[in-house]
Design a protein around this ligand. Structure first.
Ligand code: PGA
Length: 259
């Protein structure tokens, strides 16, 4: 495992040699946030990359009897037209993987309802709720092969609010891999915006696998622009990127990222 400070202390890139290391570093950020503030607001995303971290968090919680009831959790994306009880609901996935095992009440979680009557209004309500809570302490995100985070697809602006978006075809294809072939994955989603994400006190961005290598190189070393939304995360007060070796392979001087 190695850690290199790019613009101390604001941006750290950690290259993990194994999945276990990646998850251990992620858990470190999660626990550090709660130690600093037991009633922290923590935003969670879904997907294969974060599933390992959530397993590690579950194991940590089971060992430690930590009382998480003061903490507040945010679900940062949902599919448009999908209710929380639908089998493909992203909130349902989060409940199963992390919220229920941690004993977090479903009623205390902050989320956008994918089947709200007025989705635009639902996104505005979500942003207003986050603002009322004083913003997010820790955003946990993963990177898409096209450089997206959440459903902030290429073209998302720095000040983009939470909103309804049309998913990139590559995102729909990637998401479809979770489900049996007969399940039609929605092509629109609701996402926490770039603006609310950048206001977070700490962003943790995870990346695993060779398909993320180009996106990570652009996020870390490319220009900060809307074509690669993850590059915008460098504008946040504090960014920690944890990548496995395959995802870090295209970073310039990749060898030097290891100590
Ligand atoms: P993944 O999704 O963790 O399933 O690769 C990340 C993303 O595309 O945002």
């Amino acid at each position: 495992m190695s850690l290199r400070q790019m613009r101390p202390p604001a941006i750290q890139v950690i290259v993990a040699r194994t999945d276990e290391e990646l998850c251990a570093w992620g858990l470190h950020c999660f626990v550090e946030t709660l130690q600093q503030r037991p009633d922290a607001v923590i935003s969670l995303t879904t997907g294969r990359t974060t599933a390992g971290l959530y397993r590690t968090v579950r194991e940590w919680h089971a060992r430690g009897q930590t009382n998480l009831s003061p903490a507040r959790f945010v679900s940062s994306e949902e599919y448009a037209g999908i209710g929380a009880d639908d089998p493909i609901s992203l909130f349902g996935w989060l409940r199963h993987e992390v919220l229920d095992p941690l004993g977090v009440s479903v009623y205390s979680a902050i989320r956008m309802s994918g089947n709200a009557a007025d989705l635009g209004n639902e996104c505005r309500r979500f942003d207003a709720t986050i603002e009322q809570m004083g913003g997010v302490d820790l955003v946990i995100q993963s990177i898409g092969a096209n450089g997206h985070f959440g459903f902030n697809e290429p073209g998302a602006t720095r000040d983009a609010p939470s909103r309804v978006v049309t998913l990139a075809p590559s995102t729909v294809r990637s998401n479809a891999a979770y489900w049996p072939p007969d399940i039609q994955v929605p092509t629109r989603g609701l996402t926490m915006g770039v603006d609310a994400t950048l206001r977070a006190r700490h962003i943790l961005l995870l990346a695993a696998g060779a398909t993320k290598a180009e996106a990570i190189a652009r996020a870390v070393q490319g220009p900060i622009d809307e074509d690669a939304p993850c590059s915008l995360l460098r504008l946040a007060p504090r960014l920690t990127i944890i990548a496995d070796e395959a995802a870090a392979a295209r970073l310039d001087g990749a060898g030097s990222w290891h100590t």
